[in-house]
Write a protein that binds this ligand. Structure first.
Ligand SMILES: [Zn+2]
Ligand SMILES: [Zn+2]
Ligand SMILES: [Zn+2]
Length: 426
């Protein structure tokens, strides 16, 4: 690794945004041909007198950085996604393109993402970008497919033909000859002699004349130099140059290489700070997945059509949660969310459901009670949560809101769930 790249990795690979977002200019940069250096620096100057020329570029970057808010993410994956979004947003870059790169552990480098990883774990970039796409932060376009080692996920593989019996690469091939007059088939070496180039049939002893007339070469036969077996179909294996595992090619891990384009949601997430992936909050005890919640609301609406019960859906919104999360760090954040779920759980029926819309919004179903009662329950929940946050985080003034909607049998469940969250955004 060259020195420039080494320094660049130290800065861009850092976790502190004060560092990794810094404008970087190359002085007499001649390493621009390296795609990582090229993509992760902000320009080149040829003498120190030119520093003033790049001031507008720096100003532009700092202006964009001022739009960003920095929060602590709940998981490593969310933290990486947040970094990628911030890097791209501050450089006004919409596309994250894979670049074929021999220094990459998977053969392709996604500069803003890959700079955070070492050679051996660069494959994680693919997982992280997959998550970001699932979360709607990126839209993708298929570009290529790569194959990774099924042991270490490395991408530096050496493909070789091997003996299907003993897996040795020491196999040699020769033509198979079919002698028409006597119908004998055998390897060409059986037809050769040590004196001249003439071929003679080992079965009928006739001299072979013209290919296509009295004989032909129907295929190839292999002989293994290790186990001496003869075979016609050779196997292909890929030896991983990172962990040395030699795997049959059908067991390699295929991965799609895509081009990613930042969506509006991605841009917004850069601005607000990306705290968690859906997976990070899906697993809280006492909650259900958002998809399950939606389905249950759909069934409840169907059920309400047959009865004259009243059911409700409510949302709790921690407006400035991002600020709080960035103060307290990931583990306290998890603990806080757990407490929050527990408070809600204690105040609703066991048949009611809780889900996280995202890390700021909790959705709750309150079935078979009047909306007024549901509203009082929520008021009480909000009071307890506010008190909890005040007690635990002394200097933090939490902005917490809620909204309760009576389920309407004439509207779709999707729309009604959206309405709850819309209350908060407006
Ligand atoms: Zn490997
Ligand atoms: Zn063999
Ligand atoms: Zn013959």
């Amino acid at each position: 690794m060259n020195y420039t790249l080494h320094i660049l990795k130290k800065i861009r690979g850092h976790l502190n945004p004060e560092l990794y977002l810094k404008p970087i200019f190359l002085l007499k940069g001649n390493e621009k041909h390296d795609p990582l250096v090229n993509n992760l620096t902000d320009g080149v100057i040829y003498s120190l007198d030119q520093v003033k020329l790049v001031i507008p570029v720096m100003e532009q970057i700092y202006l964009k950085v001022a739009d960003l808010s920095f929060t602590r993410s709940l998981s490593f994956e969310a933290q990486m996604i947040d970094k990628i979004l911030n890097m791209m947003y501050s450089r006004d870059k919409k596309e994250l393109e894979p670049i074929p790169y021999f220094n990459s552990g998977i053969g392709y480098s996604f500069p803003e993402a890959s700079i955070n990883f070492g050679y051996m774990d660069e494959w994680q970039v693919l997982d992280i970008l997959d998550i970001a796409e699932k979360e709607g932060l990126f839209a993708s376009e298929y570009l290529d497919r790569i194959y990774l080692c099924n042991n270490c996920s490395g991408g530096f593989l050496s493909y070789r033909e091997v003996c299907p019996h003993c897996a040795s690469t020491n196999a040699s091939s020769e033509d198979l000859i079919h002698h028409f007059p006597c119908a004998f088939i055998g390897p060409i070496s059986d037809f050769k002699n040590e004196i001249d180039n003439q071929l003679n049939c080992p079965k009928c002893n006739k001299m072979l004349r013209h290919i296509g007339v009295d004989y032909d070469k129907p295929s190839i036969i292999y002989t293994c130099g290790k186990c001496n077996s003869k075979f016609q179909d050779i196997s292909v294996r890929a030896k991983c140059m990172m962990c040395t595992k030699d795997a049959e090619v059908q067991y390699l891990i295929p991965r799609d290489v895509k081009m990613y384009r930042m969506t509006k949601k991605g841009e917004t997430s850069a601005q607000t700070g990306y705290i968690s992936t859906s997976k990070d909050i899906e697993e809280f005890i006492g909650t259900v997945k958002l998809e399950t919640f939606k389905t249950m609301i759909k069934y409840e609406i169907e059920r309400l059509k047959q009865t004259d019960y009243n059911s409700n859906i409510a949302g709790i919104y921690l407006k400035n949660a991002g600020e709080l999360y960035s103060m307290i760090g990931a583990s306290s954040q998890r603990a806080l969310l757990r407490d929050l779920v527990e408070i809600v759980r204690r105040n609703i029926r066991s048949s009611d459901l809780i889900t996280f819309q995202n890390v700021n919004i909790v959705l709750v179903s309150l079935n078979e009670i009047p909306t007024k009662v549901a509203d009082n329950i929520l008021k009480e929940i909000i009071n307890i949560i506010s008190r909890l946050i005040k007690q635990n985080f002394k200097n933090f003034d939490v902005d917490i809101r809620y909204s309760v909607h009576q389920l309407n049998t004439r509207l779709s469940h999707e729309l009604q769930i959206q309405q709850v969250t819309k209350d908060f955004v407006d």
